[in-house]
Design a protein around this ligand. Sequence first.
Ligand SMILES: Nc1ncnc2c1ncn2[C@@H]1O[C@H](COP(=O)(O)OP(=O)(O)O)[C@@H](O)[C@H]1O
Ligand SMILES: [Mg+2]
Length: 258
Amino acid sequence: MNEATTHDRETVARADAGASASDGGGVARTQDDAPVLFLDSIDRYYRQGEAILEILKGAELAVWPGQSVALVAPSGAGKSTLLHIAGLLEYPDAGEVYIEGVATSTLSDAQRTRLRRTEVGFVYQAHHLLPEFSALENVVLPQMIRGLSRKEAGNRAAELLSYLGLGSRLTHRPSELSGGEQQRVAIARAVANAPRVLLADEPTGNLDPRTSERVFGALTQLVRASGLAMICATHNMDIAARMDRRVTLRDGAVVELE
Ligand SMILES: Nc1ncnc2c1ncn2[C@@H]1O[C@H](COP(=O)(O)OP(=O)(O)O)[C@@H](O)[C@H]1O
Ligand SMILES: [Mg+2]
């Protein structure tokens, strides 16, 4: 990832943040756009005593910049497994994960870790915010770990949190925020270092329908504005309906819905 690309992306995100929310619809895509994330023929199985549990079998999924994909499948189907493999937290038993065209199986552990830190953001069902730190500090910390000054990191954190509607909650600690607000801070933290891929594992699972709608609205808006590629595992069909694509897992394969 070169500096210019990162900078351009952040500029786009800022420009869009000032404009009104996108009304959805098609994502602009040019001929030479390459997928940000490409899962190529992924197999993943677990040994359970004598039996072999085949969770993913030849799973294929490509996600383009600015595109959000809902992964809707029953509990135990392999959604979290797929997200962990896509995010380089787990190795597949076969197949290749490409991030921005890089075949990740050829990387060393250190290179994988670096790629995951810079290019991948995670949002989980529980927010996992640091309880002793404010909303702002929770979004500042990952940026400082990456080498930004406190001032630069603080500016970006305030900008992101304001974009997500939390401009008046910067100094609140997680316990002083509602569930929806906590989850928006977790989203801001996940994208603080301008990753290319956002992986969300049932991010609104703990929220009531109205709050999830609001959190999800902010999330899709951010994805479109910043050219991120998102896969979001969810059971919420209303939310899935508003994403660019919907896929499910059938016998270990990714199947496009509709
Ligand atoms: N480390 C593991 N060892 C054995 N089985 C596992 C392990 N992790 C997940 N599984 C099994 O793989 C299946 C898919 O799990 P998961 O990806 O968490 O599904 P989902 O997120 O769709 O609910 C489940 O049946 C689960 O029990
Ligand atoms: Mg899961």
